[in-house]
Design a binder for this molecule. Structure first.
Ligand SMILES: [Zn+2]
Length: 164
């Protein structure tokens, strides 16, 4: 294993675990650096638990337009500082999707709002590229679960945000 010279240092003063950083892929390392203006995942997780909030993550596949599909990530029950972390790492505020064919629209309906990120690909994409994208997505989930009070148990694949 190579020595990691620079580790992300967060707003709370904590430094990213060298072990976890070394195990993360490029994508997750980039996500970590993007969120250093906010408290670290441990501090975020404890704060959310204190607020009695239990954000969970739903990852699914949606047909977003003719010929285009996307892996979609939606996170519910989010408050600061996780709000900020998601915003800094490419998530946008949207209404929750209902199912594979009904993506959520604008977040006018605030009680039902989620943070969403989409990874698009064309229907005719080579399966090996789709698998690579899925691997990328799983790495992102390994990073995101460190922010959740429930950890890995808060990540749901092939599932949708439960209706209110
Ligand atoms: Zn911290």
């Amino acid at each position: 294993m190579t020595m990691v010279r620079n580790l992300p240092r967060y707003a709370c003063g904590h430094v990213h675990s060298a072990d976890a950083y070394a195990r993360a892929d490029d994508h997750s390392q980039t996500l970590s650096w993007a969120a250093t203006d906010l408290p670290c995942s441990n501090c975020c997780r404890h704060l959310l638990a204190t607020l009695d909030l239990n954000p969970e993550v739903y990852v699914n596949l949606q047909q977003l337009s003719p010929g285009m599909a996307a892996f979609v990530i939606e996170v519910n029950e989010v408050a600061q500082p996780l709000d900020g972390v998601l915003k800094l790492t490419g998530y946008v505020h949207r209404a929750a999707s209902t199912d594979e064919l009904h993506p959520g629209g604008d977040a006018f309906d605030l009680p039902n709002a989620v943070w969403r990120k989409e990874y698009w690909f064309a229907d005719e994409t080579e399966p090996m590229h789709v698998v690579a994208l899925l691997r990328h997505l799983k790495q992102e989930m390994r990073w995101l679960e460190t922010y959740l009070p429930k950890g890995e148990r808060g990540i749901h694949f092939a599932d949708f945000v439960p209706p209110h």
